[in-house]
Design a protein around this ligand. Sequence first.
Ligand SMILES: [Zn+2]
Length: 142
Amino acid sequence: MTQVVLRNPVGLPTGLPESGLTPHHQSDAWTQSMQRRALLCVRCQWPITDAAQRIAVAGDHEHTVFNPHGVVFHIGCFGVASGCVGVGEWSGEFSWFRGHVWQIALCGRCQWHLGWFFREQLGAVFVGLILNRLLENKEQQL
Ligand SMILES: [Zn+2]
């Protein structure tokens, strides 16, 4: 269902992320962790998440999935991806994780499609990020 990204479903502004898009779970702790093991958007180098946020979902951190159009994605699961913004409606269609609905996740700076937020019915959220669209910022490792 990734084609909806191209339709710009909520009329995203083309300017800076400050122009109304709110990153998820922004915090000082996140900012500090970004400076240790940041994972960056390949396209614009915006800090997306942190290597320490890697989690296992359904038994694995990494999953190879495909959408109804047969496009394959290799994703990794992260507890928080503060550099992403969610766009569009939550959907239960073709969800890769049982019991979860999903929402498209874009880079908070360049708005490239980086993955999907997943939410359980009771509210727990994680994000599945397309791993070859992330760059590990080795220069900032301690
Ligand atoms: Zn970006």
